[in-house]
Design a binder for this molecule. Structure first.
Ligand code: SF4
Length: 479
């Protein structure tokens, strides 16, 4: 994947994409604001959510064995996966043991993160996405661009074309009316639900004391996957734990309002192990690390593990709204992706991941919207410093050279005085001859040659002032 600036430039040139994104994020933002405004104690709920998550993350070494024991006591089989390869291998092995060559899937970020569909396909098992938006992405041979609404970059005319091309049983004359599109998807998926013997899910939460997994969704496809097949495999990140049912209460208020802008989820499914004669008779839970313990070791960054994947931060982010999710090159886009990807993968590993902490104007809207108070701007700045540290070896970048020069200049009063005098001369000349005028009347320099063009291609460069503050002060503060 290209680094963020390159991918973003391409996305910005797509006006249809920008129109789709602006419409979709604007609609969700308004819905969220309305339902959040109804809750007087919203800030207290945010604080409670953050405190529960922080406490759980601090004591994961207690809660994880507790969850394992509770799950086993309820008849589930627990597996531990250090990374994506191990997790995929476990799921594929279960499929082969049962002789299945297809599985139905509940929308799950964890399985996308580990590339499960592709790994299963390599082993001869087809994974059918059953969430409507995920189905659109799968049929369009596309990538998700939003955590909650993976096909947010598509409008209904595009979706009709995708269905016509990719859905063999699409009704002839299918229109782009939402009800018709949904009906076509429902028919297409129904026979898969009834046929599949194995399902794969993630979990929004895992309750440690009762061994209960929780999935919240809007379409009912999750409920079908979680109840109809004989075998159910759930891939769950180790940060999804909440200690008790009463802790769950807080998140079931925070999540629907922050994500879909609803007071409660249409479908909240919970299951604990196996219940004879009811639902899947074999359940497996794969507890996934895949970089989470690395993130946990980062004192500033570990707050990202509080994330409940509501996507509120994406919907308020001015950068995301203009570039869309593909520019982030990951299943986790937007502000949370800009911190989670480097935290999970590590900094200094590849250029694309290292570019993500810079994909922000640090406006702070993400922090304001986050239901578990993740201070994303703080983590972004922290990660930027780690990226800089990781690249101190070798040929320094122009930015590093500029910073070192500035440090040399500013650390000596005599050098600073000389520079000020030089800049004053330049300032007087440019004020006279500079052609561009900024708001407020100050002149600006035009485009500079490389390496200065890295700055002037995207930003204004005001002409230096005619005199420095110190000169002005010595003159008694008179112009
Ligand atoms: S960082 Fe916060 S706002 Fe963004 S997806 Fe996670 S919980 Fe939601």
């Amino acid at each position: 994947m290209p680094a963020f600036p390159e991918a973003a430039r391409k996305a910005l040139a797509d006006t249809q994409l920008r129109r789709n994104l602006a419409h979709a994020t604007g609609t969700i933002r308004a819905k969220r604001a309305a339902v959040v405004g109804e809750v007087d104690e919203w800030e207290e709920l945010r604080l409670a959510g953050a405190a529960i998550k922080d406490n759980t993350l601090r004591r994961l070494d207690e809660y994880l064995p507790q969850l394992e024991a509770s799950l086993q006591a309820r008849g589930a089989t627990v597996h531990w996966a250090r990374d994506a390869a191990e997790a995929c291998e476990i799921v594929a092995k279960i499929a082969h043991t049962h002789g299945v060559d297809e599985v139905v899937k509940v929308k799950s970020m964890a399985t996308q993160e580990i590339g499960l569909n592709e790994a299963l396909a390599e082993r001869g098992v087809t994974a059918w996405e059953t969430d409507l938006a995920e189905l659109i992405v799968q049929l369009g041979d596309d990538l998700p661009s939003h955590i909650l609404v993976p096909a947010i970059h598509r409008n209904r005319a595009e979706i009709r074309e995708i269905f016509r091309r990719g859905m063999a049983d699409a009704p002839p004359g299918l229109s782009d009316e939402p009800a018709e599109l949904a009906a076509a998807a429902r028919l297409h998926l129904r026979e898969k639900f009834l046929r599949a013997r194995m399902a794969v899910s993630g979990a929004n939460f895992a309750v440690a004391d009762s061994g209960t997994l929780v999935v919240v969704e809007s379409e009912g496809n999750g409920r079908m996957c979680l109840t109809l097949p004989e075998v159910l495999v759930s891939v769950v990140g180790i940060e999804k734990i909440v200690p008790t049912w009463s802790d769950l209460d807080v998140f079931l208020q925070l999540l629907p309002r922050s994500s879909t802008g609803e007071r409660m989820n249409p479908y909240t499914s919970t299951w604990s192990g196996v219940t004879p004669g009811d639902g899947p008779q074999e359940t497996h839970v794969v507890l996934l690390d895949n970089g989470r313990t690395r993130a946990l070791a980062d004192e500033v960054g570990r707050q990202a593990l509080r994330c409940i994947r509501c996507s509120a931060c994406l919907n308020v982010c001015p950068v995301y709204e203009r570039t869309g999710g593909h520019a982030y090159g990951s299943v986790y886009p937007g502000p949370i992706g800009a911190i989670l990807n480097p935290l999970l993968k590590g900094v200094g590993v590849d250029e694309q991941t290292d570019s993500l902490p810079y994909a922000s104007s640090l406006c702070g809207a993400c922090f304001e919207a986050c239901p578990v108070r993740i201070d994303i701007p703080e983590v972004l700045v922290h990660l930027r410093s780690k990226v800089v540290d990781a690249h101190r070896e070798g040929v320094p970048k122009p930015e590093a050279v500029a910073m070192r020069s500035a440090s040399w200049l500013l650390s000596d009063a005599r050098r600073l005085g000389l520079a000020e005098r030089g800049l004053g001369v330049a300032g007087r000349a440019l004020t006279r001859f500079g052609r561009r005028v900024l708001p407020g009347g100050r002149r600006a320099l035009g485009r500079l040659p490389w390496p200065g063009s890295s700055w002037t291609n995207a930003r204004d460069l005001p002409a230096p002032p005619r005199e420095s503050f110190r000169t002005w002060w010595r003159k008694g503060g008179r112009p």
